[in-house]
Each structure stands twice: as C-alpha cells, then as structure tokens.
Design a protein around this ligand. Structure first.
Ligand SMILES: Nc1ncnc2c1ncn2[C@@H]1O[C@H](COP(=O)(O)OP(=O)(O)OP(=O)(O)O)[C@@H](O)[C@H]1O
Length: 321
C-alpha cells in the first residue's frame, strides 16, 4: 500500500490534455503527500474536473507521467481504481430505493462488514442531516440532498485516496460545515483527500497544500500560509459621503484605490490585517475625515488571481486580459 511505502498519493509530471484545438491542461506537475488534504483551486473551466477525471482513469491524458497511490495510471489502471473513491460516480443509484437502502446496497456491493456498515451509515446520515430523508425514495430528493447522499456513498468505506470534485458547491452553510468535518475525519483515519474547489476559503480551511490552476497551468502551489503571504490579507473598504470626502481620504491614504460611483476607497491589507486597519484609521483621523462605513473584505478567488497573475481569473466565457 502506498501509505506503508511513503509513496506520494499523487505524483504527476507534464500532464497534458486538449479537447480539439483547446488545450485544457498545458503541462502540470503535482506532488500530493499521502495522508494530506490537497486542494486544486481554480475558476470555472480551469481544468479541475478534467484533472480529477484523468487521475481517476475516466479520461485519458494526451501526455505526461502520473502515479496514483504508487500505481502507474496507464499501466495499472485497475490498481488505481481500487485505491480511490470518487464523488459523482453514483448518478446511477436506484431512484426508487430510499437513501438508506442505496447506502446499504453499495455497502453490500463493496463487501463491507454488516455491523460496521450499519454504524457508518447511521453516522453519515446524522452528519449530513439526512436522517428523515433517508427513509424516502431518492426521486423525491432535492439536488442538494442528492449531492449529500453521493458524498455519503463515497465515504462509506475509506479508500486510500478520495477525490472530491467541488464537494460543497450548492450546499447550504451547515452541510458545507458537515462536509468539512467529514473530510477532516477521513483524513485523520489516514485517507488522502484530493479536492477541487472554486472557494479560497474552503481550500484555506481544509487543505494542507493548495495548487492554483488557471488557463491550463499551475500559477501557484504551496501551503495556505505561503499563498496568503503572496496575496496579502484582503482589503479594507471605506465609504464616504461625497466626492470631497473621498478626495481628502485618497490624499490621506495614498496606497489606496478609489471607486468613484460609490465614494469608496479600498486599501490593500498586509497579511497581519489588524495593524493596517489601525494605521488607516489613524491616517484618516489625522486628516479629520470620518468614513460613513468601514468593512474588511477577506481575499477571494479574484484577489488570488490578481496577485498571482496580475489579471482576474480566466473564467469560462469571460473576456479577461
Ligand atoms: N469532453 C469534453 N469535450 C470537450 N471539451 C471539454 C470536455 N470536457 C471538458 N471540456 C472543456 O475543458 C475545459 C475545462 O473543463 P473542466 O470541466 O475540467 O473545468 P473545471 O475547472 O472543472 O470547471 P468547472 O468548475 O466549471 O467544473 C472547459 O473549457 C471545458 O469546456
């Protein structure tokens, strides 16, 4: 097993994939240590799902070397398949069966110990707050409930590596929190989690290491702290009553950007954050200007891309750069 050998969960060099003339992955290198949470962060269309599909043998790469759980993806696809769990693969669950019956069915197909499976199913239904819904047939489920059940099915047993493709997209905040708790739980039991996300906050909270994918290339890779050191600590937004106040404030705080229409001044914060709020308020105080409102904006995905690539992310369909 990969864990015993200290082999990386995922090792990838020069991964390339194109669809027709469109180059989706333009040579990606990745190392994901076993037992960690790894987040692939990127906007719509960045190539996250393509990467996960290649790693889980659903899609063939055009070029590059990839090892998953120590197995060569091309030469040992079956060994890779038996080492991984992947969300979204249960689209074909039986819609006439209840959620709980589906869980039991999959547990049986995977030859899980009956008593252990019953306990695990009860735990998962509780964690995902699917208790009441568990007795209802699947065709009555909302999209969010189906997603939760899909995640529960993936997490029934604990394969060495679990791929979660945007696991919390479309979930309400409580379910999102539940998902994060479950990820932490499975990792504590030795499973490696490879997740994709569009949310910086999610990557920040969960991942030991984060890779940022944009336009088919990795534009950054490191711990959350390393990334934050590069992108700074977000920005302070100060709103003023009129242009006169905004002019005066912009003079008092030279390292700021003005938003004319809303009489707002944005000041980039350093990673420490609080120190710069005080400094800005002191500068305004000194100039005898009082803002109408002050808010602190934590960095979002666009801030990451702005800091890393000098442009907003290359979102699918949006014309940037
Ligand atoms: N089977 C396919 N045939 C043609 N183009 C494809 C195919 N699958 C993906 N693409 C294209 O590859 C690009 C990357 O898609 P991918 O789904 O990997 O992105 P993503 O980062 O997962 O985005 P999202 O957050 O929208 O799921 C997109 O431009 C997409 O249209």
């Amino acid at each position: 097993m990969a864990e015993a050998d200290g082999v990386p969960a995922v090792w990838m060099r020069g991964l390339r994939k194109s669809y027709g003339a469109k180059e989706v992955l333009a040579g990606i290198d990745l190392d994901v240590p076993t037992g960690s949470v790894f987040a692939l962060l990127g906007p719509n269309g960045a190539g996250k799902t393509t990467t996960v599909h290649i790693l889980s043998t659903l899609v063939q790469a055009d070029d590059g070397q990839v090892r998953v759980a120590g197995h060569d993806l091309r030469k040992e696809p079956n060994a890779v398949r038996s080492a991984i769990g992947l969300t979204g693969q249960f689209a074909a669950v039986d819609k006439l069966l209840t959620g709980e019956e589906n869980l039991r069915l999959i547990a049986k197909l995977r030859h899980l110990d009956r008593a252990a499976a019953r306990r695990r199913i009860a735990d998962l239904l509780e964690l995902f707050e699917l208790g009441d819904a568990a007795k209802k047939p699947l065709h009555t489920y909302s999209g969010g409930m189906r997603r939760k059940l899909d995640l529960a099915l993936t997490l029934l047993d604990q394969p060495p590596i679990i791929f979660l493709d945007e696991p919390t997209t479309g979930l309400d905040p409580r379910s999102r929190q539940a998902m994060w708790d479950i990820v932490r739980e499975v990792v504590a039991h030795g499973t490696t989690v490879f997740l994709t996300t569009q949310y910086l906050e999610e990557a920040d909270r969960l991942a030991d290491r984060i890779a940022v994918l944009d336009g088919g290339k990795l534009v950054a890779e490191g711990t959350s702290e390393e990334l934050k050191a590069r992108i700074g600590g977000g920005r302070i937004e100060l709103r003023f009553a009129d242009t006169i106040a905004l002019d005066a404030a912009a003079l008092a705080v030279p390292e700021s950007m003005r938003e004319e229409e809303t009489f707002t001044l944005a000041v980039p914060m350093d990673a420490a954050g609080t120190g710069s709020i005080r400094a800005v308020l002191d500068q305004l105080d000194h100039a005898r200007i009082e803002p109408l409102a002050l808010s602190v904006q934590t960095p979002n995905l666009d801030d990451v891309f702005l800091a890393l690539t000098g442009a907003t992310s290359k979102k699918e369909g949006s014309a940037t750069r």
